[in-house]
Design a protein around this ligand. Structure first.
Ligand SMILES: Cc1cc2nc3c(=O)[nH]c(=O)nc-3n(C[C@H](O)[C@H](O)[C@H](O)COP(=O)(O)O)c2cc1C
Length: 199
C-alpha cells in the first residue's frame, strides 16, 4: 500500500512539542466526529435522560456498544440499577433536544421529558424520543474506569432505525450534514472479515 510521508507544511500532520500544549491536544481530539444521542433509563418511579456523544460500537458478536459518562453521572447510576437503558440517536432536527438533556437546570424525573415527544420502550419502559434516527435497547454488561469518565459497556438487545439525517458533533459544535458517497477502496478480504464493527 502506498504511504504518504508526513507533510512538513504548516497545515500538515505533525506532533511538535508545541502540540503537547493542552489546548492543542484537546482541539485535535474534538475533531473526532461523533453522533449525538440521548440516553434514557427508568427504574421504579425514577427516570432520567442525558445527552451523550461518546457512544460507539465495540463488538459485532456479541453486539456491544460503549458509552463514556463522567464520573458521578446520575444516568450511569440509574442505568446500572435498571439493568436496561435506551439510546436515542438524534436527527439533525433535534439539536435543541441535545442541549435540553445536557442542561443541568432541567427538571428531574418525568418533568424533563415534558417538552419532547416520546413513548416508553415496550420492554424496559425507557423513554424513546420520536423523530430519532435510531433507537437501541441496551443491557449494561460492565463498567470500566477511564480517567474522569466511566466506560459503560452494553449489549444491544434490540434496535430499530428511523428516518432522516444524523446530528453530528464536531469541533465543539453540532452539525447537520449532507451525506454523500465518497470514493474508497477496500479489499474483499477485509469486508469478509468484518473489520469494521458493523459490516
Ligand atoms: C452534544 C453533547 C454531548 C455530550 N456528550 C457527553 C458524553 O458523551 N458523556 C458525558 O458524560 N456527558 C456528555 N455531555 C454532557 C451531559 O449531557 C451533561 O453533563 C448532563 O447534564 C449530565 O447529566 P447527568 O449526569 O444528570 O446524567 C454532552 C453534552 C452535549 C451538549
Amino acid at each position: 500500500m502506498k504511504t504518504t510521508a508526513p507533510d512538513a507544511s504548516a497545515s500538515g500532520p505533525r506532533c511538535l512539542e508545541a502540540a503537547v500544549d493542552d489546548r492543542l491536544r484537546r482541539a485535535a481530539v474534538r475533531r473526532l466526529a461523533t453522533g449525538v444521542t440521548v440516553l434514557t433509563a427508568v427504574h421504579g418511579d425514577r427516570v432520567h435522560g442525558t445527552t451523550a456523544s461518546a457512544v460507539t460500537a465495540v463488538s459485532r458478536d456479541p453486539l456491544l456498544i460503549c458509552v463514556c459518562l463522567r464520573t458521578g453521572s446520575a444516568f450511569a447510576e440509574l442505568a446500572a440499577q435498571a439493568g436496561r437503558f435506551a439510546v436515542n440517536v438524534l436527527s439533525d432536527r433535534q439539536a435543541p433536544i441535545a442541549d435540553w438533556f445536557a442542561d443541568p437546570d432541567r427538571p428531574a424525573g418525568y418533568g424533563q421529558f415534558a417538552p419532547v415527544d416520546w413513548e416508553p420502550d415496550p420492554d424496559s419502559g425507557a423513554p424513546l424520543l420520536r423523530g430519532a434516527v435510531a433507537w437501541l435497547d441496551c443491557r449494561p454488561t460492565a463498567s470500566h474506569p477511564g480517567g474522569d469518565h466511566s466506560i459503560l459497556l452494553a449489549e444491544v438487545l434490540c434496535g430499530s432505525a428511523g428516518v432522516g439525517g444524523p446530528l453530528l458533533g464536531f469541533d465543539s459544535r453540532l452539525h447537520g450534514v449532507e451525506l454523500r458517497d465518497v470514493a474508497r477502496r477496500r479489499a474483499p478480504a477485509t469486508a469478509a472479515a468484518g473489520i469494521t464493527t458493523l459490516d
